[in-house]
Design a protein around this ligand. Sequence first.
Ligand code: S6P
Ligand code: ZN
Length: 191
Amino acid sequence: MPAKGSFSAKLSKIGLFPHDVKVERRLSDLRKYFYDKRAVESILSRGEDPLIYVVYEIGREREGELNVGCTIIYPGKIGDEYYFTKGHFHVKEAGEVYLGISGEGLILMQDRYGGVFTEEIRPETIVYVPPGLAHRSVNTGKNELIFLAIYPSDAGHDYETVDRIGFAKIVVERDGKPTLIDNPNYRGEIK
Ligand code: S6P
Ligand code: ZN
């Protein structure tokens, strides 16, 4: 039984304890994704390496089963860009459902030609990620953004394409508000 009030207890409430995978992503893992390279290097050169997000996951093997992942993106910014997840395409044409648990944020969804649209992730809201779209989540709030992701166990994750071309849009703070702008480092349409 997880300790009362602990994060494991919260995961237990949403059916995710015990999880079998825990992934931690720090700034050093995401250095090439944030657009403000000077801000990234200045933080890392001070010996700091902030934790950006954590994923707890129950992975399953059999075709037809569903994986469940719980992501926590911590609040914060690198320069003026809000903390986010790496982002990926699924290898198979597999859709996914996100369920907001707490905090506030956005999910960016991008097609293979750089067309991007966003949806809000908020408590008790569901976002459908259609097959074939890269997706990245962004914490635009002052607290942890926590959400569940439910997707086919054989969906697979393609991070390489996002590594290569990036997202066409990024989310930065402008006049105190989250604002979607063009990514100066976007490397164009996928060939
Ligand atoms: C899995 C789903 C999420 C992400 C998680 C971390 O298909 O979309 O569980 O894995 O939010 O993002 P990323 O891009 O590092 O996998
Ligand atoms: Zn996904």
